[in-house]
Design a binder for this molecule. Sequence first.
Ligand code: AR6
Length: 169
Amino acid sequence: MNRIEVVQGDITQQKVEAIVNAANESLLGGGGVDGAIHRAAGPQLLEECRALGGCPTGQCKVSKGYRLPAKWVIHTVGPIWGGGTHREAESLASCYRNCLETAVKNGIKTIAFPSISTGAYGFPVQQAAQIASAEIQDFLAQDRQIEKVRMVCFDAPTLGTYRTAFGLQ
Ligand code: AR6
């Protein structure tokens, strides 16, 4: 059974147990994926996020999904691209790894990721896609709980880049 899907779509519409938010360290909302998730989940999400006390880059925190189809939101903070010499690759890899570990700890079997850091944070898409592919595949190779990891790309060029990185055509 193939446990990885790479699709084009809107992360807020995904019928999976958990969606990942590309948040910032405040966890108090923003634009892009973060704005879309807060709009779709409703004001209770911000209320819960206020109590989470922020989140360092590369790590993640869990909240409920409120009005979203997903029961959970795993908020992670990707690195801001600074040219590649500030451990951006390591931070992005740890976002994917920590979200998957957190999913397992919470009994989650289906999870959807957006393209973390490649919007407002400026991480080059091709390198980000390779990191996502490597981390997700390494994780699934040693895990038996997660049944589905769905990469949800917003636009066609991003979709093409991720499909290539995941070896799908
Ligand atoms: N569903 C799926 N992907 C989306 C959606 C959506 N609804 N909306 C945008 N994308 P970004 P970042 C794509 O900027 O780079 C926020 O203000 C988008 O086209 O959302 O990690 C936070 O609060 C791009 O490919 O996240 C932070 O301050 C990808 O999602 C900062 O932006 C990521 O773009 C985080 O920046």
